[in-house]
Design a binder for this molecule. Structure first.
Ligand code: ADP
Ligand code: MG
Length: 393
């Protein structure tokens, strides 16, 4: 995804005003009626229409006239709103090269005024769905289809909250700097994703460190759920940093055991294949450092769960609510449906809306999914899940 930040410089206050009006309108509308945008933006002398044309030209908005005349934000439009806010807050002053393309995010370098380089993650939840198997009936019953804007915002909020809490508890994670909308700014990790590392001085030590992290996470009440060679960064000194937290769950989750086993198995499998560490060596290593937790060559989750700590409860106070977690999990586990034939909410109700209820409206009713990307399933196996997760380093 190209992020032409030069455009930022050419955008006026009115441009951002109209862009924000579309964002507000999207709380209740899949496509925001042009007339409504004009009413929210309140530019003089029909200024909104001229601005809309400009925003369309720069691909910050998408025009749709299939049902009625209206607009919606594109990823780029949403990116610009978040970036503008970050710049206004003084979080960074410029955006540099793209350093990662994840399944559901784009990662860029950004620079502070003093030249410090940070990493900016733009969440794109809904770009691909997490599972091939979707529960259509469940979706219809609970109306669990959310738009990508809302989901991406939730993912960012969750990632930020988890990263902060994990850092506080001494886990090797990036420093969480700031978040806004679907955007998280964090410290730049030196090094490479483990998947790109062909050789290690001390594969045994690195392996133990990594397994130690999974175990300690569980002791703190959490499971990463996507713990694999794409989400573990390693630097020249073979120091390990864990990244990518939107899918983490509590050890009290009903599938906790399965997620935990899958995380551990991913690591076992990767080290076996890449570094030829034999299964016995692995068991001996882990058995030595985590006595009582290895049963028949497997880490025993029940032993760990018994001592589960407080981190998941602590997170509940971080601004990332239980309701947020329910919504994001419903999407991750059930897969959100693309909703082109929605129940029509927001489509015929333009006349009933006034500005205040748009602004105060609950955004959880959003019913749009970006249709530019084909839905595709996330494989259960570790490697297939992130086939596009290579960084450019
Ligand atoms: P996704 O959820 O899309 O998989 P990730 O958080 O795993 O996104 O990031 C994708 C890639 O971007 C990573 O594999 C890594 O190469 C790079 N990346 C992510 N965060 C950082 C960071 N803080 N510092 C350096 N590189 C990063
Ligand atoms: Mg990742």
């Amino acid at each position: 995804m190209k992020l032409d930040v030069d455009v930022l410089r050419y955008l006026s206050r009115d441009d951002f005003r109209v862009l924000t009006a579309v964002e507000l309108g999207m709380r209740n509308h899949e496509i925001v009626p042009t007339e409504l945008i004009d009413r929210i933006a309140r530019l003089k002398h029909g200024g909104t229409y001229k601005v809309l044309r400009n925003l369309l030209k720069h691909k910050l908005l998408h025009h749709d006239s299939s049902k009625y005349d209206g607009f919606r934000l594109t990823y780029l439009g949403y990116d610009f709103l978040a970036i503008k806010t970050m710049v206004n807050k003084g979080v960074f002053v410029s955006v540099g090269r793209q350093i990662g393309v994840g399944k559901e995010s784009d990662i860029f370098e950004v620079a502070r005024e003093d030249g410090t380089v940070l990493a900016m993650k733009l969440h794109r939840l809904g770009r691909v769905s997490f599972r091939a198997v979707k529960s259509k009936r469940d979706y219809l019953r609970h109306r669990s289809s959310f738009n990508w804007l809302y989901l991406s915002r939730l993912a960012a909020r969750k990632e930020f909250a988890f990263m902060k809490a994990l850092e506080t508890h001494g886990f090797p994670v990036p420093n969480a700097v700031e978040h806004n909308r679907h955007c998280v700014v964090m410290s730049l990790v030196q090094g490479y994703p483990l998947v790109q590392v062909k050789e290690l001085q001390n594969p045994g030590v690195v392996f133990e460190t990594i397994i130690g992290i999974v175990v300690r996470l569980a002791e703190h009440g959490l499971i990463h759920c996507d713990f694999n060679e794409f989400n573990i960064m390693i630097d020249d000194d073979e120091k390990v940093t864990m990244i990518d937290f939107p899918q983490m769950v509590s050890v009290s989750h009903r599938n906790a055991q399965m997620y935990f086993d899958r995380d551990v198995e991913c690591i076992f499998k990767f080290f076996r294949k890449r570094f030829n560490i034999s299964f016995q060596e692995i068991v001996d290593d882990v058995g030595g450092s985590d006595e009582g937790r290895v049963e028949g060559g497997k880490l025993s989750f029940s032993e760990i769960e018994k001592s589960a700590g407080f981190l998941d409860r602590e997170l509940a106070d971080s601004g990332f609510t239980r309701k947020d977690e329910e919504h994001i999990q419903r999407f991750i586990e059930g897969g959100a449906e693309s909703d082109t034939n929605s129940d029509g909410e927001g489509v015929d109700s333009v006349k009933d809306l006034n500005e205040s209820n748009i602004i105060d409206g609950d955004s959880s009713h959003l019913l749009e999914q970006d249709d530019r990307y084909e839905s595709e399933g996330k494989e259960e196996s570790c490697e297939a899940g992130e086939s596009s997760g290579e960084s450019e380093k």
